[in-house]
Write a protein that binds this ligand. Structure first.
Ligand code: F6R
Length: 369
C-alpha cells in the first residue's frame, strides 16, 4: 500500500500536489469557482456578518492560514478557535455567524461537539472534511470535501494543504457572492491556485534530498524554533507541531514580531531556527522586518535555516541553509513553504530511527474529548 515509499507519511507528502489539484478539480468553470455542494446557499453567504473557524491541531493551523485570504477576499471578520476552547466560553454567535469546521477525519470529538454547540445556538455550520460521510459533515448544514485521498500516517500532511485549498475556494466563492471580488480578480486568484500543484512538485524535486541531508546532522538537536509572520506564522506553528509529533524534539513556533517580546531570550549559540521569509515582491515591508529578525538571531549565534522565495538574495548573508520555494501570488506561499517543513520533520524522525507513521501516544483520529 505504501507503493514503494518507506512510510505512509513519505507517500502522503509526495501526494501533496495531487491533494491540492484534486480538491480544486471540478470546482472551476470559466475561471470562476463553482462548488456544487454549496448550490442554493448564496443568500446565506450574503447575509453573514462573521465567520468562526473551529478545528484542532493541524486543521486549526490550516484555518489560521486560510483566515488571511478569507477576510481579505470577503471582508467578513474571521476568527479561528480551537474547538475545545470555543465551546466552553459562551461565544457570541447567532444566525448571522457562519461556523466553518475543519477536520481531516470528520470524527474528532472536540470539533464535533463544537459544531453541535454552534448549531444549537443558531449558527450556520459548514464543514471542510476529507472523509466522505463522516460524522462532522453529517452534523453540519453544508460540507465542502477536501479530496486529499485517505491519510494513513498519524501526522497530517497532504490533508493540511487540501484544507487550505478548500478554504480558498470557499473564500473566492463568498467573495464573489458578496461582490467584494470582481470576476477578473477572482479569476486571477484561481489561476494562482491552479499553479500551486506543479510548484509543490518542484519543491519536492529540488529540496527533498538537501533537507534530508541536513536533517541527518541535526539528529542530536534538543530544540528547534520556527519563526514566521503573516501567513508564515501559522506555517511556523505547523512546522513545530509536526516536529514534536514525530521526532519528539522540543519545538516551538513564534510570530516573528514577538521575538523581542520574549522568545529571543531562547537564542544561544547553535540554536536551530527556521524562518519563513515573506516574499519581497508581495511585501517589501514585511520582508525587511523578517530579514532584520534573522540578523538579530544570527548575531546571537542561531543556526538559521530560511525558507525563502527563489531569487531572494537578501537572506543569503545570514543563512546557514536556504530552502527555496517558487514565486507565488499573495496568500499562496504557505502552500509551498509548509512542504520543506513536512520533509524536515520526517527527515529528522527518520534520522533518529523513529516510526514516522505511528508516533508514540498519538492516534490518527481523536474520538474522545
Ligand atoms: C497533526 C495532526 C493532528 C490533527 C488533529 C485534528 O499532524 O494530525 O493535530 O490535525 O487531531 O484531526 P482532524 O483533522 O481529523 O479533526
Amino acid at each position: 500500500e505504501k507503493g514503494g515509499w518507506p512510510s505512509f507519511m513519505a507517500k502522503e507528502v509526495s501526494e501533496e500536489p495531487e491533494a491540492v489539484a484534486n480538491t480544486i478539480r471540478g470546482r472551476i468553470h470559466d475561471g470562476a469557482v463553482v462548488i456544487p455542494e454549496l448550490a442554493g446557499m448564496d443568500d446565506l453567504f450574503a447575509g453573514i456578518r462573521r465567520v468562526i473557524i473551529i478545528a484542532c491541531g493541524t486543521a486549526a493551523y490550516a484555518g489560521q492560514t486560510g483566515k488571511y485570504a478569507l477576510e481579505q477576499w470577503t471582508r467578513v471578520p474571521v476568527d479561528v478557535e480551537l474547538a475545545h476552547e470555543f465551546r466552553y466560553r459562551d461565544p457570541v454567535i447567532g444566525e448571522d455567524t457562519l461556523v466553518v469546521s475543519i477536520s481531516q477525519s470528520g470524527e474528532t470529538m472536540d470539533t464535533l461537539m463544537a459544531v453541535k454547540y454552534a448549531r444549537e445556538r443558531g449558527a450556520k455550520t459548514l464543514s471542510i472534511c476529507n472523509t466522505q460521510g463522516a460524522t462532522i459533515p453529517r452534523e453540519s448544514d453544508a460540507v465542502v470535501y477536501t479530496h486529499a485521498g485517505p491519510e494513513v500516517a498519524v501526522a497530517s500532511t497532504k490533508a493540511f494543504v487540501a484544507q487550505i485549498t478548500a478554504l480558498y475556494l470557499l473564500a473566492l466563492h463568498i467573495g464573489r457572492v458578496r461582490g467584494v471580488l470582481s470576476g477578473a480578480e477572482s479569476a486571477d486568484h484561481v489561476r494562482e491556485l491552479e499553479a500551486v500543484p506543479p510548484k509543490i512538485s518542484r519543491v519536492l524535486a529540488e529540496e527533498q534530498a538537501h533537507i534530508e541531508q541536513f536533517s541527518r546532522w541535526m539528529a542530536d538537536t534538543q530544540s528547534v524554533l520556527f519563526l514566521g509572520r503573516h501567513v508564515g506564522y501559522p506555517i511556523a506553528l505547523e512546522g513545530a507541531l509536526k516536529l514534536k509529533e514525530i521526532s519528539y524534539i522540543h519545538a516551538e513556533g513564534f510570530a516573528a514580531g514577538e521575538l523581542k517580546h520574549g522568545p529571543i531570550a531562547l537564542i544561544e549559540p547553535g540554536q536551530p531556527v527556521f524562518v519563513i521569509v515573506p516574499s519581497p515582491r508581495e511585501s517589501a515591508e514585511l520582508h525587511k522586518k523578517v530579514v532584520s529578525n534573522i540578523q538579530e538571531i544570527r548575531a546571537r549565534g542561531a543556526r538559521v535555516i530560511v525558507v525563502a522565495e527563489e531569487g531572494d538574495a537578501a537572506v543569503l548573508p545570514f543563512a546557514d541553509e536556504v530552502l527555496r520555494i517558487p514565486l507565488a501570488g499573495p496568500f499562496f506561499e504557505p502552500l509551498l513553504a509548509v512542504v520543506p517543513l513536512h520533509i524536515f520533520a520526517m527527515g529528522l524522525a527518520t534520522a533518529k530511527g523513529l516510526d514516522v507513521d505511528q508516533p508514540r501516544n498519538l492516534a490518527k483520529s481523536v474520538t474522545v474529548e
